[in-house]
Ligand binder design. Structure first.
Ligand code: SF4
Ligand code: SF4
Length: 95
């Protein structure tokens, strides 16, 4: 059986299209990217869109994170926060 993808437990980036009350992410799933643990699904918007109760991490390309294995995040869940005007995974740990 496929392993459950880790949920986005908390996101405080409240100008994102998928942000909702209680610091929930309501995207179906998110992508975390590249050289830096940025939430690539972040989209600045005037309105909020509801796609799902709670987003999960579909893919993460931050291969220097200790939770990353072949672009899959194995953390029990992740938190997203502001970093220099964009959204970052703050569960990231180098290792
Ligand atoms: S910044 Fe990322 S985790 Fe936060 S609400 Fe937007 S898509 Fe979801
Ligand atoms: S905890 Fe690590 S592997 Fe998981 S989404 Fe964040 S940066 Fe990627």
């Amino acid at each position: 059986m496929a392993e459950k993808l880790p949920p986005v437990l908390n996101c405080i980036v409240n100008d994102c299209e998928f942000w909702g009350e209680g610091n929930m992410c309501h995207a179906t799933s998110i992508w975390v990217g590249g050289d830096h643990p940025t939430c690539d699904t972040y989209e600045r918007a005037e309105h909020h869109e509801y796609q799902a109760d709670q987003a999960s991490v579909r893919q993460c390309d931050v291969d220097i994170c200790r939770f990353n294995e072949s672009a899959v995040c194995h953390a029990p869940g992740i938190n997203i926060s502001w970093h220099s005007g964009h959204a970052d995974c703050v569960t990231f740990e180098q290792g």
